[in-house]
Design a protein around this ligand. Structure first.
Ligand SMILES: CC(C)(COP(=O)(O)OP(=O)(O)OC[C@H]1O[C@@H](n2cnc3c(N)ncnc32)[C@H](O)[C@@H]1OP(=O)(O)O)[C@@H](O)C(=O)NCCC(=O)NCCS
Length: 206
């Protein structure tokens, strides 16, 4: 078994600052209080409910199983691992239910598809930390990822928090770009040592 270091950025955004950006309409970081981020037609936000914990786990699994973070955090590549992770997040004393959401698509029960998931916790004073944001592959590129992060940031403001924080694997360009557009900036760099069962995947220096 080989090991490899994966470079990760801690990124943070100031929740008090209002910025302009080139985001699609309804996906701006400067939403006025009470205004929810817009979703494309047919999609809707579903608020946290303990009965939906397994839906979060399954949606997380479908979003992460083929992605770099399933290598960095092997639990994300297994349904049981995602279930365990969801129970851990839910059990944290700083779990923030109002910043944890699903996105569903479909107007009838037959059509219902779970498309995206996000959870958040507060473990440092005044800082909301996004745990995992994931959108299933068939529904990417429509603004759902941005809307989930904005929905969590809106809740952070409603909780009275000052900063939003998250960690992202540097190789995950799409996620890094998304967070950057939403006002997150790198605050520190960390390295995660991972045991790789197969020949090492190269760590791109950046
Ligand atoms: C990262 C991730 C959450 C982004 O989700 P997404 O729904 O595709 O994100 P968005 O649609 O909001 O933004 C992504 C892109 O779509 C574009 N976009 C947004 N709304 C759009 C629309 N209405 N029409 C076309 N494109 C749109 C954005 O400009 C952005 O462009 P880019 O491809 O040049 O970056 C998703 O790729 C994912 O789940 N990845 C796997 C899990 C993961 O790595 N999560 C992050 C862990 S830190």
């Amino acid at each position: 078994m080989e090991s490899s270091y994966f470079k990760r950025f801690r990124m943070e955004a100031d929740l008090a600052v209002r910025r302009q950006s080139g985001l699609p309409s309804g996906c701006r970081p400067d939403l006025p209080p009470g205004c929810r981020p817009g979703l494309p037609s047919g999609y809707r936000f579903v608020a946290w409910n303990d009965a939906l914990i397994d839906v979060h786990a399954r949606t997380k699994y479908r979003a992460f199983r083929d992605e770099i973070d399933a290598t960095v955090f092997p639990c994300l590549g297994e349904l049981e691992g995602c279930r365990r992770l969801m129970r851990e997040i839910r059990g944290k004393s700083g779990f923030l239910p109002h910043a944890s959401w699903l996105i569903a698509w479909g107007r009838s029960p037959e059509e219902l598809t779970w498309c995206g998931t996000i959870q958040a916790v507060c473990e440092r004073p005044m800082v909301g930390m996004i745990q995992n944001v994931g959108v299933v592959p068939e529904h990417r590129g429509r603004g759902l990822g941005a809307a989930l992060v904005q929905q969590a940031m809106l809740a952070f403001r409603e909780y009275g928090l000052r900063r939003a924080s998250l960690e992202v694997t540097v190789q995950n360009d799409r996620a890094v770009d998304l967070y950057h557009r939403l006002g997150f900036r790198r605050s520190r760099t960390v390295y995660k040592l991972v045991d790789l069962p197969t020949p090492a995947i190269g760590v791109a220096a950046r």
